[in-house]
Design a protein around this ligand. Structure first.
Ligand code: F0G
Length: 471
């Protein structure tokens, strides 16, 4: 199928509507990042992408896979900021900036891939890894997307940037805007974001506006405002965000010496991240860097599960839901990138699962007990993996990577409430199995309050030690 092409199209990249397929030049992208004809979202394509249509006589050369791997490895020893960035080190995969040396970077990416042997045993797989995107400069995966899109804002001469957020996007945007000397505006749902995140956007100098609505309401309002003011929108509807967020897929493969895992399990909120990672893997396959892609599965909280419902609906209709979950990062009922994410699940052969509040809390404590903190929204991955294994969708010998999206210190109140036994309602606890209740009881470590008296402390310690030995 051939689509119309805008004659002003840039030769470094084009934007293609993921709904109707129309391609436009980067210069003509609407401020809400939606196709004027069908309201679909755009994706960035390059001369080497599938579906690129040549509007000039330039020869299209595919980057050489062996050469790329070598170059990316070599850059690890460089002192240049763009080489030290875990996004721009892979710049051949996202060549959309006029001058990449002017990119705004906090040396994002470069995040660890940890083994989770105890969680593997709990979930019923032999080999489980966690790609911890919470180890980014502002504590979440959003930094990888923000360096990309905010650099575009700078290149296009914007002075103001804005986003609607459940907290992490706003923290990342405020930090990168501050680095670049831009002014930033944050729209957040009042009372529904974690304090760690709110404090970050204030610290980085954003104008923080709390609205008496949810995330979906914030994004809707902001989308209208950016059409009236010269403000650059930095939500994941901005296709350049996803270009940065695809780079952890490359990092995972580098860290596994280019052995492709069988599964990648990702939390789903507005569904930009799963879309981005899928794009990354599929592009690497297209370029010959890998011969197959992992199955990408998306996990949602039961109270914010529109994609899960869509997945199980024979009519395949996306119905927004009124979202409610303590994993506030993914408290989203009308995900903007649902079409992109659903295609990634279908193209890679993945699944969509939902998990309860109780399952999220337990999985978070289980990951934490391995010395790796993450925020509740990240823990849906382990909770979802347990279900995928139980349903036979992931087998024991298959290699699985969980995408941990945020740092545990983003939402310390959740953790404190869990350990004090104040997080879940009696009916949520009643919904757990006996095994889950026993696992949770063993993991909860509420603080012990004692008199500042040596004898009292020794007595208490002896009791604890005896209890541990008798197990
Ligand atoms: N995990 C965390 C920690 C998040 O902050 C988010 C999204 C997600 C998962 C879901 O990713 O939206 O790409 O599917 N947070 C956004 C925000 C919405 O505003 O910070 P997604």
């Amino acid at each position: 199928m051939r689509y119309p092409i805008d004659k002003t199209m840039s030769v470094t990249h084009q934007l293609r509507c993921t709904n109707c397929g129309v391609k436009i030049g980067a210069e003509t992208i609407p401020s809400d990042f939606r196709c004027p004809d069908c309201k679909g979202l755009y994706e960035v394509i390059y001369p080497w992408s599938e579906g690129w249509e040549k509007s000039t006589s330039t020869e299209v050369r595919l980057p050489n896979p062996g050469g790329l791997r070598h170059l990316w490895q070599e850059r690890k020893t460089s002192t240049l900021s763009i080489d030290q960035s875990g996004v721009w080190r892979f710049r051949e995969m996202l060549p959309f900036l006029g001058d990449v040396e002017k990119s705004v970077t906090l040396r994002e990416g470069n995040t660890p891939l940890y083994e989770l042997p105890r969680s593997a045993e709990i979930a019923g797989v032999d080999w489980l890894l966690a790609k911890h995107q919470g180890m980014n400069p502002t504590g979440s995966f959003k930094d990888c997307g923000m360096t990309a899109a905010l650099s575009v804002a700078v290149e296009r001469g914007f002075e103001w940037v804005a986003c609607a957020s459940t907290g992490n996007t706003s923290a990342a945007m405020a930090a990168y805007a501050a680095r670049a000397g831009l002014r930033s505006i944050v729209f957040i749902p009042e009372g529904k974001i974690a304090w760690g995140k709110l404090s970050q956007s204030m610290d980085y100098g954003a104008l923080t506006i709390q609205l008496k609505t949810d995330f979906d309401g914030c994004l809707k309002l902001l989308t209208k405002l950016v059409q009236q003011f010269p403000i650059y929108l930095l939500n994941s509807v901005n296709p350049y965000r996803l270009e940065g967020q695809k780079t952890p897929a490359i990092e995972i493969l580098e860290q596994l010496e280019w052995q492709v895992p069988e599964h990648l399990v990702v939390p789903g909120g507005n569904l930009g991240n799963s879309s981005a990672l899928g794009k990354g893997f599929l592009e690497m396959k297209h370029l010959g860097l890998i011969s197959r892609v992992p199955k990408i599965s998306v996990i949602q909280a039961q109270g914010a599960n529109p994609l899960y419902r869509w997945f199980g609906d024979s009519n395949r209709e996306m119905q927004p839901v009124a979202a409610e979950t303590r994993a506030t990062a993914i408290r989203i009922g009308n995900p903007a990138s649902w079409l992109k994410a659903s295609r990634v699940i279908e193209e890679t052969g993945g699944w969509c699962e939902q998990v309860s509040e109780q399952e999220i809390a337990l999985a978070k404590a289980q990951i934490g007990a391995e010395g790796i903190g993450c925020e509740p929204a990240s823990a849906v991955t382990l909770a979802g993996l347990k279900k995928l294994v139980a349903a036979g969708r992931v087998t024991r010998e298959e290699r699985v990577v969980l995408l941990l999206t945020g740092h545990t210190l983003k939402d310390p109140q959740f953790t404190i409430d869990y350990h004090k036994g104040e997080l879940l309602t009696p009916s949520e606890i009643a919904g757990a199995t006996d095994l889950e209740r026993a696992q949770s009881d063993a993991l909860r470590k509420p603080p012990v309050v004692l008199e500042a008296d040596e004898a009292v402390i020794i007595k208490a310690l002896k009791q604890r030690m005896a209890a541990v030995e008798s197990r």
